[in-house]
Design a protein around this ligand. Structure first.
Ligand code: NAD
Ligand code: ZN
Ligand code: ZN
Length: 449
């Protein structure tokens, strides 16, 4: 049995703990229509997980306000994240058939509970991917991704010795909340988890405050990029690309991105200051670390991981992952450790699920390497500042957006995104509620005529 389903069964047997102050496991209003579906009986389109490597656009019930501080949004934009691939692949545990995905979305307030005082119907807002209560120990410090009141999952607590906040569309492991790859979405604690978008920030830019912009910013500042640093970034996906931009903004003198496909050409065209290293072209016997030490004296000061632990490079980890002997490969983390200067810093932002083998703890210890888990990024700490930077045109999220697609075809988009087909990376998913594309946005691509 897949680890994912086994974990879900154990969770059912042990039960949740009682810390959460918002209802758990509402991953689809159809789970209990009387409690969670809009009484009108209205249906909506949503992207639903249907088992390992299978997603479908389905008609499901529209959600309703369940708790006092809930907001229901008409979704006007969403996207697909590298994290959604970990769900598609069943790498993140405790997915269940019928779960609605999507943790990055923006929209317009449609209805809300009486506890929401700072918003009104019609407000245009973006949601944070994590669900924070706004009041607990971590929320008070704006460490919103670690809110103590929105996720009562006992497996996560057992595995990690503590747990993260609840998250939209990110399995029962993080509370079990329906996501925003849908026409409507319910936002618990809507008064703290929604940021109003200024009139000069269109959906096509504001949407990315949900996750990717805050995550990339966090990767850079949490790993401690300082003036003059040489920064190496593994993974030239959207997270890596924005981290490259943000490394320069935070004073990096050079940024080198490591990947193995067309994304490096994309980087060269859109981010001309960034240097690239295609590891697939290295001569036999030349490692990424050796190459980096050749192009940077003593190696980079900082390394940032924007890939994930599920993608094995060599056969050893491929089989260990397949056989369940580890949940994550240590190959990239080891490359980072052996690449940076002595006393260098390495930050992990790509998703790692559990345990890894063959970790180079010796190099870490002897050479004084600082290995930093950047965590699920605390969106609430950074989103206002980053919104201001969009307003002043200091940053342009549209740089990483390759396609505009329709909610109706989101299942097709998932598979294309997974295979990196058609030059696809960050997308903007429109719904029937979206405004026409803003200036600079790609035009709509249709796949199934
Ligand atoms: N910590 C957080 O809060 C947070 C938030 C969002 C996303 N993430 C994670 O960040 C990671 C990146 O996200 P994304 O949307 O850019 O993903 P993506 O899948 O679009 O990009 C990942 C890139 O890594 C490359 N890659 C694969 N193996 C590699 C290797 N051995 N060396 C170098 N590059 C390699 C791939 O070719 C791809 O271009 C994902 O794991 C995602 O889940 C974390
Ligand atoms: Zn994400
Ligand atoms: Zn909290």
């Amino acid at each position: 049995m897949a680890l994912s389903q086994a974990a879900a069964l154990v969770e059912k047997a042990i039960g949740h703990s009682s810390n959460a102050t918002t209802a758990q496991d509402i991953t689809n209003p159809a789970r209990d229509r009387a409690k969670y579906a809009d009484p009108s009986g209205e249906k909506m389109k949503a992207l639903v997980w249907m088992g390992k490597n299978k997603v479908e656009v389905q008609e499901v019930p529209k959600p309703r306000v369940v708790e006092d501080r809930d907001v229901v949004l008409k979704v006007t934009g969403s996207t697909v994240c590298g994290s959604d691939l970990h769900l598609l692949h069943g790498t993140v545990v405790e997915m269940e058939k019928g779960d609605i995905l999507g943790h990055e979305f923006c929209g317009v307030v449609e209805s809300m509970g009486p506890g929401v005082k700072n918003l009104k119907v019609g407000d245009r807002v973006v949601a944070s991917f994590q669900i924070a209560c706004g009041e607990c120990y971590y929320c008070k410090k704006k460490q919103s991704s670690q809110c103590e009141k929105t996720n009562s999952n006992t497996i996560e607590n057992g595995m990690y010795g503590g747990r993260t906040a609840g998250m939209f569309g990110y399995s029962h492991f993080t509370g079990g909340f329906a996501g925003g790859q849908a026409e409507y979405v319910r936002v618990p604690y809507g008064d703290v988890n929604l940021l109003k978008l200024p009139a000069n920030v269109p959906d096509e830019k504001g949407l990315y405050l949900s996750d990717v912009l805050c995550t990339s910013w966090n990767a850079v500042v949490d790993t401690g990029v300082q003036k003059g640093d040489v920064v190496a970034i593994w993974g030239a996906g959207p997270i890596g690309q924005m981290a490259a931009d943000f490394a320069f903004i935070n004073g990096a003198s050079r940024v080198i991105m490591i990947d193995s496909n067309w994304r490096l050409d994309y980087v060269k065209s859109k981010y001309p200051k960034v240097e690239t290293l295609d590891y697939s072209t290295l001569p036999r016997g030349t490692t990424v670390s050796a190459k980096l030490n050749e192009i940077v004296e003593r190696g980079p000061d900082v390394a940032i991981e924007c890939v994930a632990g599920e993608y094995a490079k060599g056969w050893a980890h491929y089989f260990e992952l397949l056989l369940g002997m580890e949940t994550d490969t240590s190959e990239i983390v080891n490359e980072m450790i052996t690449s940076v200067k002595n006393f260098g810093r390495c930050g992990i932002t790509g998703v790692y699920v559990g345990y890894t083998n063959h970790f180079n703890i010796g190099s870490l210890m002897e050479r004084g390497i600082r290995l930093i888990g950047n965590g699920q990024a605390p969106v609430h700490m950074f989103w206002e500042k980053l919104c201001g930077m969009i307003e002043s045109s200091e940053i342009d999220p549209l740089k990483m957006v390759s396609h505009r697609v329709s909610m109706d075809e989101l299942d097709t988009v998932y598979y294309k995104f997974e295979k990196k087909e058609d030059g696809m990376q960050k997308v903007f998913v429109e719904t029937k509620f979206s405004a026409p594309p803003c200036a600079g946005s790609p035009t709509l691509t249709r796949f199934n005529k």
